[in-house]
Design a protein around this ligand. Structure first.
Ligand SMILES: [Fe+2]
Ligand SMILES: [Fe+2]
Length: 150
């Protein structure tokens, strides 16, 4: 595996984390209750931590990376085509954020599977669990919002 492939993947993942951070910032601005703001802020902080972990990983020694068949990883599969528009409301952002969380779960699961180094496997496994829990929290919130509307 070339160093550039690994760096490219990590940079890709960091960019996705950035998008999540931005989404949570926007949601925080329009969230109506303190409880909801707090939840969103916690999610944002965890994404910031993910970005930090990825950055640290990219700065480690090249020989220890070893991710199998990294060139077969179709990274565009982990992108969401549509970006949230400037007028997207809270529910729209909530849906978008949940879809992004699922993409993160998929990406990190794939990286976890392909990692040949135990330490790196663990790191991606940790990220999978975190993104799964984010998605669950957002889905609970979505249910709550939909119920309130009816
Ligand atoms: Fe994340
Ligand atoms: Fe997340």
């Amino acid at each position: 595996m070339k160093k550039s492939d690994f760096q490219e993947i990590i940079r890709f993942a960091m960019d996705r984390e950035d998008e999540s951070i931005q989404t949570y910032e926007r949601m925080n601005q329009i969230a109506k209750t303190p409880g909801l703001k707090k939840l969103i802020d916690e999610l944002k902080k965890e994404e910031e931590n993910h970005k930090r972990l990825l950055k640290n990983l990219s700065q480690k020694r090249v020989e220890s990376y070893n991710i199998k068949d990294i060139t077969d990883l179709k990274i565009t599969d982990y992108l969401i085509q549509e970006k949230p528009g400037p007028d997207m409301d809270f529910q729209g952002l909530l849906t978008f954020a949940a879809q992004k969380e699922q993409k993160s779960v998929d990406l990190y699961s794939e990286l976890e599977k392909r990692a040949e180094n135990e330490e790196i496997k663990k790191l991606f496994g940790y990220l999978v669990q975190q993104e799964k829990s984010h998605k669950l929290k957002l889905e609970k919130e979505y249910d709550k919002q939909v119920l309130e509307e009816d």
